[in-house]
Design a protein around this ligand. Structure first.
Ligand code: F0G
Length: 352
């Protein structure tokens, strides 16, 4: 049977009306990649079964498509003509794509100068109206919360419960891909805290066992870890540059119920794991997506997580091509050579 998107695949687990028209780009069904080399690096000899859920392979390059197929499907069903969101970039790109497919007007508010190039390019290509707000993501989210009280426009941030309905299917897929069981540890980056909330909903609903959750915030944007709003969040991982998460309370509840951990990882740790994912396993992600692995490595090193014989899934939330700027900054410069075979041979033999 061909895959027709996650609303079709998991229809029985979703509370949509029977006659609903699904707006889909065949999202979901992303690979769960076993990462033995990384397992050996972060937990040598422990027999840790480490898996990468590569969400960057969704249609617009991030996990947001799971929530957006659901939110846009429901918005169209309810008669919306326009949608709006605040975003660090991925939600915006996803909203723009699904709105285009549904024929809706799409307005996205992003923090000025703090959105990765691949995300901006996608929003513009899909025809969204992009508004650069002079402020943070949190400021932009405040604006959209207010405007939907005044204007007939549907909000598609993860405050919208349909976003979580779609995103919870990630948990279903992981259980299915592991042969009908949940992992012991489920690790992921935390920004606005919609995804951690959605995954917990999904694991609970699916009934294939419950993992312990490991949430990762960037050290310069770690309100949940620090227990206070961060006024000026800062991190290389712009996707999770958020100081006042909308689903803060639900995230705490999920962490509590799962006997989980939430921790902060530095930009250096994030970039180190970002490099390892690409260089050791061939999986290229955007910086925020490496935070879950950084947190797992940190907690194993601290002795807070015992990896022996365990299964851990790390969610890689966005594709590396989302943020070409950071990738190029971090990389070695390409080698320049004359177009002569001798020059190439000299390089190969002597690396000079
Ligand atoms: N990873 C990536 C690549 C993201 O884009 C986001 C959130 C997260 C992790 C964190 O997920 O917010 O559910 O805790 N990006 C949002 C956006 C804020 O606007 O694209 P979360």
């Amino acid at each position: 049977m061909t895959w027709q998107g996650l609303l079709d695949a998991y229809r029985d687990y979703l509370p949509f009306a029977g006659d609903i028209r699904i707006i889909s780009l065949n999202e979901g069904n992303t690979p769960l990649i076993q990462a033995d080399r990384l397992s050996g690096l972060i937990a040598p000899g422990a027999g840790l079964q480490l898996y990468l859920k590569y969400e960057g392979l969704n249609p617009t390059g991030s996990f947001k498509d799971r929530g957006m197929t659901a939110a846009i499907t429901q918005a169209v069903y309810e008669g919306a003509r326009s949608v709006i969101c605040a975003s660090t970039g991925n939600t915006a790109a996803s909203a723009a794509a699904y709105a285009a497919r549904a024929g809706l007007r799409c307005v996205v508010l992003v923090p000025e100068g703090k959105i990765a190039l691949g995300k901006l390019a996608a929003c513009l290509a899909y025809g969204a109206e992009v508004i650069a707000v002079e402020g943070s993501f949190d400021d932009a989210l405040n604006l959209v919360r207010q405007i939907v009280e005044r204007q007939p426009i549907a909000l598609v941030n993860s405050i919208n419960p349909w976003r979580l309905e779609g995103q919870k299917t990630g948990a279903f897929e992981i259980c299915d891909q592991l042969g009908g069981r949940a992992p012991e540890w489920h690790c992921l980056p935390v920004g606005n805290a919609g995804n951690i909330t959605a995954y917990w909903m999904g694991y609970r609903q699916y009934g294939r066992g419950l993992p312990r959750l490991l949430g990762a915030q960037a050290a310069g944007a770690a309100p949940i870890v620090e227990g206070r709003v961060v006024e000026r969040p800062e991190t290389v991982a712009t996707a999770i540059r958020i100081g006042n998460p909308a689903r803060w309370q639900q995230a705490l509840q999920a962490l509590d119920e799962s006997d989980g951990i939430i921790t902060a990882v530095t930009d250096a740790e994030i970039l180190d794991c970002w490099r390892l994912l690409a260089s050791q396993e061939g999986v290229f992600v955007e910086p925020a997506s490496a935070a879950g692995l950084a947190a797992l490595r940190q907690q194993i090193a601290l002795g807070a997580i015992d990896p022996a014989g365990k299964t851990a899934v790390v969610v890689l939330t966005g594709h590396g091509l989302k943020d070409p700027g950071v990738a190029v900054e971090q990389a070695r410069r390409p080698r320049s050579l004359p177009a002569e075979v001798e020059a190439l041979e000299r390089y190969l033999v002597n690396r000079e």
